[in-house]
Design a protein around this ligand. Structure first.
Ligand code: FUC
Length: 813
């Protein structure tokens, strides 16, 4: 099927975004180059562009003066609420208490000795600046349209006034690290004033946010000044709280006349104008350098602007589209036939699923989640945070941080599945760089030589405990000792999919070795059950703390499994570490089924003790991580699969954005297409804002990403050496094509299906490899590969893929 990739997936609107924070969150259109983000509002007389840069954060160590300090444990989150460094003896006491049946003791120890008090050290992702462009024409325009073409990563605004056509075009170039705007008028001339302001100069009270989002008072936030010369606005400043320096340059190139004014730059009588924007800070992700480059960011920003201006708009645009589409076009889902709708996207979302464009929206969401990751995570950048790379707030929800008990992992679930290895390296870089501060964390909290991190992190090596919640709210969400295991599993998945041996050997395996070493040191032997458990252990944000809850045990089991597999794969299975981990894995408290209700147990002692604060419909369903994204429960485990089905049914399909997204993947792994699709529909109906950002609420990007991963799981399931095409194809998707999904070992898979049966498959590998395609759930009669007819035994087909060769398989029923 020949498809117009560049013109097919367009978000379109008939109205500008409302100029408010609500407008930013729900209607503005995001563009980004991984480092920098911009939200386009498309106002008729005033264009508003919110600018953000991934490293503009409060918190962390202080460069000069300020509150947080570098030489104590506070900036790492290792002090309790009485200002004392947390003592590992306290954790030890809680570990022993965890082995008992009464968790009140643990609560007491945590309350008195462990709970942290403030969030200054964690800080928050900051919004950077707002660029306004005021046009001197009236607001009564016609034929208004605002679009985001995600096939090209270009946004536009267009309208007509009398006979003059005004156009704006926006993109964010990764190769040149600039944001570029092209303005033009055909008919009358263009006249506009360009200004840059910084929001949140003083502390603001974000009334809309619940109390637990608010850090303590920081005082005035920034110092900055603006210089205007040579058609350029330059903004230089630093954050008062931690001394982080920042700089922004905006340069205008036009055939009109430019005038420097107090407020900004005035452009008159132009046919067109190009605006180049770049922004940066003196941040570097290096513990030993106190996370500072030592270079004035404005100098680097100025160089980028020079290079971009020399390149010129057309060449930059071409380079940008080539760069972007080289990743974007590697995978695509086609469910909708026909011309792309002209109906605005917000209306399609509103009418969904009762619209003839339902299939279009379903495929658009898939492509959009890929777009958003390419725009917020590329080689050399930080990983996508809770809001990707976009921010309008001084106190964003949950600091817009890195949450490590599902959210950051989920941000990357779709990266390899939908063939975007170019986006995943930031995750690996980031985790590796937590090592230095992680060592202090392991020493402080556990008294051991190793490294680890807990629930949340920032860009300054925060590894400890943070009070992200009201202490009175119950539970101890900051206690998340398996974050390390879960992150490392996500990183191991990069290898599973990519099959890159060098990456495994040089970077991933060393990480796995460190990770399993940490768990081998903190597991506790429980003599009652003769098993190894983590203690105290916490089922992500649900219930109380006990020992060895399923969530944590599963993650430890998984990381041991990944490590053992990688050791054997690399031919290194004889180390003492290997032997130790093998023994420990076999002795871990295993997954078990609650005989009373047939579900997977969330807590091993749930029939024996009263678990506090149970919510039957809680958004986390952590005890199923072994089903997805991990691999402990596989399709063939009938007993566990049935128990997992019951568990999922009991928890229900609802939840916050990311929770609904998670359940798509979980149901897909159960082969339950009906429920998987219902969850996808749910996500689109209830958790999708008009600009297609996911809402938790509020906006949180993990749901976008997890949703795509869930759909990818509906279309392809992997076990090592076995690929199952279309394991959970919903009846609503009778015909379709998916291209470029990635299966384990770097195999690229295309599938075309008709009347809900796969008819063409294409496999291509980057090295010689053999694999089995399992079609037993479709039962094809025979297949033709390269003109040869092959009968299928039990629906299984073994093929030897030769590097770089397409294996097109036609199936007959
Ligand atoms: C986890 C979730 C919350 C939220 C936060 C950012 O703690 O339980 O729902 O998504 O991350």
């Amino acid at each position: 099927m020949a498809e117009d990739w560049k013109g097919k997936w367009i978000l379109r609107y008939e109205k500008e975004a409302e100029p408010s924070l609500k407008g930013w969150e729900e209607q503005s259109l995001p563009i980004g180059n991984g480092f920098q983000g911009a939200n386009i509002f498309g106002g008729k007389t005033r264009e508003t562009i919110y600018l953000s840069e991934e490293s503009l954060w409060t918190g962390g160590p202080v460069a000069e003066g300020g509150i947080a300090r570098y030489d104590n444990d506070d900036f790492l989150g290792l002090t309790n609420r009485f200002g004392k460094t947390i003592n590992h003896n306290s954790i030890n006491k809680a570990r022993q208490a965890g082995l008992g049946t009464d968790n009140k003791k643990i609560t007491e120890i945590f309350d008195k000795e462990i709970l942290p008090s403030n969030r200054k050290a964690l800080g928050a992702f900051q919004s950077f600046a707002i660029c306004n462009i005021d046009f001197f024409h009236k607001a009564d325009v016609e034929d208004y349209s605002r679009t985001l073409n995600i096939g090209q990563a270009v946004a536009t605004v267009e309208y007509r006034q009398n006979s003059t056509i005004y156009k704006r075009e926006f993109f964010a170039s990764y190769p040149k690290r600039v944001i570029v705007i092209h303005l033009s008028a055909k008919g009358d001339k263009l006249n506009f004033l360009c200004t840059v302001t910084i929001p949140h100069i003083n502390n603001e009270n974000p009334q809309t946010l619940p109390q637990h989002f608010l850090p303590e008072d920081y005082g005035k936030v920034i110092d900055y000044h603006v210089v205007k010369e040579n058609n350029t606005i330059e903004l230089v400043g630093h954050l008062k709280q931690n001394g982080l320096r920042f700089g922004l340059i905006e340069k205008i190139i036009t055939n009109g006349k430019c005038e420097q004014q107090d407020k900004g730059i005035l452009v008159k009588d132009a046919d067109e104008a190009d605006i180049y924007i770049s922004l940066g800070t003196d941040y570097v992700n290096d513990y030993h350098k106190r996370y500072r480059t030592g270079t004035n960011p404005i100098e680097i920003v100025a160089k980028r602007i020079d290079t971009a201006v020399k390149c010129g708009y057309d060449r930059l645009r071409k380079e940008h589209i080539e760069d972007y589409s080289s990743i974007f076009e590697k995978s695509a889902l086609f469910l909708y036939k026909g011309e792309p709708p002209t109906l605005p996207t917000d209306k399609i979302i509103k009418r969904y699923p009762h619209t003839k464009f339902a299939r279009y929206l379903e495929e658009l969401y898939f492509q959009y989640g890929r777009y958003l990751l390419i725009a917020s995570s590329r080689e050399g950048t930080l990983p996508a945070n809770l809001q990707g790379v976009w921010n309008a707030y001084q106190f964003p929800p949950w600091s817009s941080d890195y949450h490590l008990n599902i959210n950051l992992q989920m941000n990357y679930w779709h990266a390899m599945r939908t063939n975007m290895p170019e986006t995943v390296l930031p995750l690996l870089d980031y985790i590796e760089r937590l090592k230095e501060s992680g060592k202090i964390c392991a020493k402080t909290l556990f008294g051991i030589d190793s490294w680890c991190f807990m629930l949340v992190s920032n860009i300054f090596g925060f590894v400890g405990l943070s009070n992200t919640w009201n202490l009175q709210a119950g539970g101890f969400p900051t206690w998340a000792q398996t974050s390390f295991a879960w992150m490392c599993h996500s990183i191991f998945e990069i290898f599973l999919y990519y099959g890159n041996d060098r990456l495994l050997k040089e970077r991933i395996f060393p990480l796995l070795c460190d990770c399993v070493e940490f768990y081998s040191k903190i597991l506790v032997y429980d003599c009652k059950s003769d098993r190894y458990v983590l203690s105290p252990s916490y089922s992500a944000e649900h219930g109380g703390m006990f020992s060895g809850c399923t969530f944590e045990q599963e993650l430890v089991w998984q990381i041991f499994e990944d490590y053992l597999y990688a050791s054997e794969y690399l031919n290194m299975p004889n180390s003492s570490q290997f032997e130790k981990i093998k023994i420990l894995q076999a002795k871990l408290q295993p997954l078990s089924i609650n005989k009373k209700n047939g579900c997977i147990k969330e807590w091993y002692n749930e029939n024996v003790v009263k678990i506090p604060d149970i919510e039957l419909k809680h958004r986390h369903i952590s005890h199923l991580v072994g089903l997805f994204p991990c691999s402990h429960i596989s399709m063939g485990d009938t007993e566990l699969i049935n128990a997992a089905k019951k568990t999922l049914k009991l928890r229900g399909n609802k939840g916050t954005g990311w929770s609904r997204a998670f359940k798509i993947g979980l149901n897909a792994r159960l082969g339950d297409s009906k429920r998987a699709y219902a969850c996808y529909r749910n996500l689109l109906t209830n958790c999708t804002l008009p600009n297609m950002w996911d809402t938790h609420p509020p906006f949180q990007i993990d749901g976008n990403f997890g949703g795509v991963a869930g759909v990818a799981e509906m279309l392809l399931y992997n076990e090592k050496g076995m690929i199952y095409p279309l394991p959970a194809l919903p009846k609503q998707w009778q015909n379709g094509i998916v291209k470029g999904l990635m299966a384990y070992s770097g195999i690229t898979v295309d599938i075309e299906w008709q009347k809900a049966l796969p008819i063409y498959l294409n496999f291509r590998a980057e090295r010689n490899i053999s694999t089995t395609i399992n079609l037993s759930h479709f039962k094809p009669y025979y297949a033709i590969i390269h003109n040869k007819t092959i009968n299928l035994v039990n629906g299984k087909l073994k093929i030897n893929l030769e590097k770089g060769v397409d294996y097109k398989i036609q199936l007959f029923y």
